[in-house]
Design a protein around this ligand. Sequence first.
Ligand code: FES
Length: 100
Amino acid sequence: MKKNVQFLLEPLSCLINASQNQTLLEALLEAGIDIDHSCGGNGTCGTCRVHIESGFDSLPPPNEVEAELRNELPFDSHERLACQNYAHEGLIVKLREKKL
Ligand code: FES
């Protein structure tokens, strides 16, 4: 049975409902959040990077796709790809400021 989880999205202070088998990106898009995802969630563009304000240590290490991209793009120390990480109870996720 799929467990439902909630995580907090900043700076909107918005609680996002998701199921455990949804990526953060899928959950955010389903909630109507405007988050960049140029490659469609394939882990190749880096535009879906989010800052994990709380719960960073509870996430698994980057998978192969994310690890490869981390070698190519600058990631802040608490940034992860929303498309490669699953929704997790109690996370606090902060959207990046859109760069023009
Ligand atoms: S949507 Fe492209 S890396 Fe996540």
